[in-house]
Design a protein around this ligand. Structure first.
Ligand SMILES: NC(=O)c1ccc[n+]([C@@H]2O[C@H](COP(=O)([O-])OP(=O)(O)OC[C@H]3O[C@@H](n4cnc5c(N)ncnc54)[C@H](OP(=O)(O)O)[C@@H]3O)[C@@H](O)[C@H]2O)c1
Length: 326
């Protein structure tokens, strides 16, 4: 597996996003299936594993990851996040996030940061978190204050690197002035552009980018025709029955291009991201070992500049129905 650097942290170009492995996100999934998927990811080199204290109920996702890394901790870069799983009795602030989840409640008060990290360390059953993100900036707390508390965790050895998720360029700059930031994790895929100002700031500051939902929550694989029960995408207008059919039709030229290259649309979507910048990595999620192996193999693809130009032309014409999507 090819590696890249986020700041001074080396990770595989394609890692694994574990969110899909907790029930209630993409529908039902049991722990046996989740554990098989995590093992497939680690065995195939997807050893940058991304989780959060907010995925699943009561740290479920972190505990899954903790079991998967038992006996192979040194092979894995463990990334997790805090700020959305708020202790009972603590206040929270609304963070509007788009259609699928509408609004999230955040508390990234520096007073709570050490407790969040200690809880994640227990869930993960490890003594250090490699990359620790604030999941969303807290609208009620200057990001400098949140990052100040994270810097104390670095100093005390609870975490190795600081990450920020879902931030603006201004927030990245403000945070980086308090303590070097290793990575920014924002949504970025062929149907969801990244903010060019954020990309420019990350480049200038030497901060890596981790692209979340790189497969457009599955759409860009070209395989989503209908949604099952309990799937969060029922709340996303891009996946409503009428919009999904039209979006699939208009996505056809990109599926055709993938077929012409002898790769899958999922692989094209991941390879396209890796060609946007040398400090971009990505973390697709899947419950299915065959999909995981297919996705990780995309790290080795080189797209010819002509192919990238054709792809960008096709993407410019790809009109997505359903507005913004989380
Ligand atoms: N920081 C944040 O706020 C934030 C927000 C969202 C996500 N994330 C991170 O990003 C990671 C990935 O995002 P995501 O899971 O939302 O979306 P994603 O990786 O874009 O897509 C996942 C979906 O694609 C399907 N899939 C994956 N590979 C496939 C393949 N080769 N062929 C066909 N279908 C395939 C999966 O279904 P199967 O299980 O059937 O393969 C699943 O439904 C998360 O795990 C999380 O770590 C972060």
């Amino acid at each position: 597996m090819k590696t890249r650097t986020l700041g001074n942290l080396r990770v595989p170009a394609i890692g694994f996003g574990a969110m899909v492995l907790s029930p209630g996100v993409y529908g039902e999934v049991d722990d046996a299936r989740a554990e098989t998927a995590l093992k497939a990811a680690l065995d195939a080199g997807g050893t940058h594993v991304d989780t959060s204290d907010a995925y699943g109920v009561d740290g479920h996702n972190e505990r899954l990851v903790g079991r998967a890394i038992k006996g192979r901790r040194d092979e894995v870069v463990v990334a997790t996040k805090f700020g959305l799983a708020i202790p009972e009795g603590e206040p929270s602030r609304a963070q509007p996030v788009g259609f699928a989840f509408r609004e999230l409640r955040v508390n990234a008060d520096p007073r709570l940061v050490r407790g969040y990290a200690e809880r994640s360390l227990r869930n993960l059953d490890t003594d250090v978190i490699d990359l620790y993100y604030v999941h969303y900036p807290d609208p009620g707390v200057p990001i400098e204050e949140t990052v100040g508390a994270m810097a104390e965790l670095v100093r005390d050895g609870l975490i190795k690197h600081i990450g920020l998720s879902n931030v603006t360029a201004a927030q990245l700059r403000a945070a980086h002035a308090v303590h070097p930031v290793t990575a920014v994790q924002n949504e970025w895929s062929m149907w969801r552009p990244v903010d060019p100002g954020l990309l420019a700031a990350a480049r200038e500051l030497g901060v890596g980018i981790v692209a979340w939902s790189p497969l457009g929550t599955g759409f860009l694989t070209g395989t989503v025709q209908a949604l099952g029960e309990g799937d969060f995408r029922h709340n996303a207008p891009r996946f409503s029955a009428e919009n999904l059919a039209g979006n699939n039709d208009r996505y056809a030229p990109i599926r055709t291009l993938a077929a012409h290259l002898g790769i899958t649309p999922a692989q094209l979507a991941l390879a396209w991201l890796l060609h946007q910048d040398e400090h971009v990595v990505t973390i697709p999620g899947s419950r299915t070992p065959a999909h995981i192996e297919e996705n990780l193999a995309a790290a080795d693809l080189t797209l010819h500049p002509d192919t990238l130009a054709r792809l960008d032309e096709a993407l410019a014409k790809f009109e997505v129905s359903g507005g913004t999507l989380l």
